[in-house]
Design a protein. Structure first.
Length: 300
């Protein structure tokens, strides 16, 4: 459990185009197993600006995992096992607004989930039930610091925007793109959900920096999303993202003050403690580690 006075430990989930975090002092690659499946790959841990950062590439080495095949539970679980206090997701996104141009960064503050049942959406439900609040799915503190770091890194930054998460791997139809604009969405992507949901269940404050690669297909009746254009923009965005991490490491306050998210499970788990099955408790030894006593109460 993170407490006031704890050191910062930022878990970074790198999306399309960001497969390594840049310069890390004392970098070490470690393989961490999860009780929830196979993570996207090993994590790399080290220091930036004297602060601990731990990085995992969301799509794996060589971008081998499509958005629907990423094991989001395993990725969040291994970051929690590594002791991260906060999670910064960096993702490639499409723009649904003229002012959010390719190459710009958007620090998201709201999410719309249009993903399907292919993705596991919760750590809970198999013997232990929890209902975490998610009205505000990102951490305002970490989001503000990420926006400041992106600005210092030289990126054009928009602070605030609604991200609509689609299943993929196909891009949206033009009718869908226009519908999402009517809903008030600003950007579109394929990976923020259930990632943000799971981070909340793991009591990890979560922020999302979206790197705009293209305009979605709403903009021009004769245009479509082109992968080649996206890849070119991603290369430039990745350099700015690594610079963002360097600026963030240098700007983190000396002391990490506690966040309400650090203890969100206190009021979320509805299954009585004496009814927790031992096997379900064991799976949650990282996600809900501060509440789970494996040698304590529980039913077989």
């Amino acid at each position: 459990m993170a407490k006031a006075g704890d050191d910062w430990h930022i878990g970074v989930i790198g999306g399309s185009g960001l497969y390594e975090p840049g310069a890390l002092e004392d970098a070490q690659e470690i393989a961490v197993k999860s009780a929830f499946g196979e993570p996207s790959g090993p994590v790399v841990t080290g220091r930036i600006g004297g602060r601990r950062f731990t990085f995992i590439a969301r799509h794996g080495a060589g971008h081998r995992l499509s958005p629907s095949r990423v094991d989001y539970r395993a990725n969040i679980d291994v970051l929690k096992r590594c002791g991260v206090t906060d999670v910064l997701a960096i993702s490639a996104i499409g723009s649904l607004r003229e002012e959010f141009a390719p190459g710009h960064f958007v620090v998201v503050d709201q999410l719309i989930d249009r993903t399907s049942g292919l993705r596991e959406r919760s750590f809970f439900g198999d013997g232990i039930v929890a209902h975490v609040p998610l009205a505000d799915p990102v951490c305002p503190r970490l989001s503000a610091m990420a926006a400041g770091a992106a600005d210092k890194a030289g990126a054009t930054v928009h602070q605030g925007g609604t991200y609509v998460a689609i299943e993929g791997p196909q891009f949206s139809t033009r009718a869908e793109s226009l519908l999402y604009r009517d809903w008030g969405a600003h950007v579109i992507g394929m990976t923020a959900m259930p990632e943000a949901r799971l981070a909340r269940e793991a009591e990890l404050p979560y922020a999302l920096v979206g790197m705009v690669t293209d305009y979605d297909c709403w903009r021009d009746a004769g245009a479509d999303v082109e992968v080649a254009e996206i890849m070119r923009t991603m290369a430039a965005n990745a350099d700015n993202a690594r610079a963002l991490l360097a600026e963030l490491g240098a700007a983190l306050p000396a002391e990490r003050e506690a966040s309400p998210i650090d203890t969100v499970l206190d009021a979320a788990i509805v299954t009585p403690r004496d009814a927790w099955p031992v096997a379900a408790s064991a799976r949650l030894d990282a996600v809900a580690g501060r509440l789970v006593g494996l040698l304590g109460e529980g039913k077989a």
